[in-house]
Design a protein around this ligand. Structure first.
Ligand code: 3HC
Length: 325
């Protein structure tokens, strides 16, 4: 239905302008905030960048939860830095979305009321320290697979935000893999924890790439507009192909009996996630959806006095300036 809305919005734009716009996209000329753009392009960018920003912010919760329980001071410092990076990523992305005419407050309100989505992965719990390793390795690994191509996305502010974000995400993925190495090479109990984390987080990580291409609503139009550079299944396949050898190196087993190398396609055949579970999580019924939204709402309410104080200060300064003029 959303696709239909975008399509009809796009077609109400002046056909000549639409043609010129598409020609610029085809020539890889970046679209900048003051350029003319179809309404559908603007709306779908707000949706995608907004969801992405929310994912970075909500994504702090499952990891922030482990800062106080990190096993060493060094691990604590690294995790703290990573979680702070995610907050920074959220801010770059909200700033990019603001250039499209939506305020950060509007986007935040839509997150807090449950109207806007964030990545399904963050509705799963991090139960033990190995999960923090698996999140860095798999979740940040999947995020990078999706986000590296987005550095070439057609909207200038989004593309530039992605360049910076990707640099930091690579560090995040490495810190996760480093934790997994320690666990996988540790005691029997630690190795079991690492395997258990992989078992639980493998399929939710595959879900991060979105529904299968047949069920993707936005891919066709968004790829034509170069908002999205690859289909969901293309990136999922690349992720599987990259991750299987990494699991082998760790001596861990991907929880998929159908995983086999397919010489002809030059990639692995693998089992799809349970798509009914995916759509259920999107509807709000995942293991942690309620907790995540409650935590974000509480943080917003608890921060009200800071926002009020800052606004009062800004108002006072503005009034003083007007009086002096
Ligand atoms: N979680 C939640 N919602 C998802 C989803 C997921 N994993 N995958 C798809 N969806 C939603 C879409 O938003 C869309 O919903 P809507 O129409 O109500 O907005 C619907 O499912 C249909 O999916 P489509 O394939 O048609 O949607 P898209 O074309 O938008 O593709 C996407 C989905 C691949 C996630 C794309 O939006 C994208 O590339 N986004 C940018 C990257 C991003 O948001 N990443 C978040 C990852 S987490 C992260 O970055 C934090 C880091 O620290 C780990």
């Amino acid at each position: 239905m959303y696709a239909q809305m975008i399509k009809s919005e796009a077609t109400t734009d002046d056909p000549e302008k639409l043609k010129e716009f598409q020609a610029r996209i085809d020539d890889d000329i970046k679209v900048e905030p003051r350029d003319w753009m179809p309404e559908g392009y603007r709306k779908t960018l707000i949706r995608q960048i907004g969801q992405h920003a929310h994912s970075e912010i909500v994504g702090q919760l499952p990891e922030g939860n482990w800062i106080t329980r990190a096993p060493t001071l060094e691990r604590k410092m690294i995790l703290l830095a990573k979680v702070q990076d995610e907050a920074g990523h959220g801010l770059y992305l909200y700033a990019a979305a603001e250039t499209l005419g939506v305020s950060r407050d509007d986007l935040t309100e839509q997150l807090l009321s449950g109207k806007m989505k964030y990545s399904s992965i963050f509705n799963y719990a991090t139960l033990n320290w190995a999960d923090i390793g698996a999140v860095g390795w798999l979740v940040d690994g999947a995020a990078i697979m999706n986000q590296v191509p987005l550095q070439r996305t057609s909207y200038g502010p989004y593309s530039r935000a992605m360049i910076r974000i990707c640099k930091e995400e690579s560090f995040h993925q490495r810190q996760g893999y480093d934790i997994m190495m320690k666990m996988a090479q540790g005691t029997e109990a630690q190795k079991k924890m690492a395997q258990d984390a992989l078992n639980r987080l493998w399929y939710p990580s595959l879900m991060m790439f979105g529904p299968s291409d047949a069920d993707s609503v936005h891919s066709t139009q968004n790829m034509a507009w170069k908002i999205k550079m690859n289909t969901n299944d293309e990136l999922r396949q690349k992720f599987v192909d990259q991750t299987v050898p990494q699991a082998e190196y760790l001596g861990l087993t991907i929880p998929d009996e159908n995983l086999t190398w397919n010489e002809k396609k030059g990639g692995y055949d693998y089992s799809d996630p349970d798509w009914s579970e995916f759509f259920d999580v999107l509807k709000g019924n995942g293991p942690c959806n309620v907790d995540r939204l409650e935590a974000r709402n509480k943080a917003w309410d608890d921060g009200a006095w800071v926002r009020d104080g800052l606004m009062a200060h800004a108002e006072k300064k503005r009034a003083a300036k007007t009086a002096a003029e």
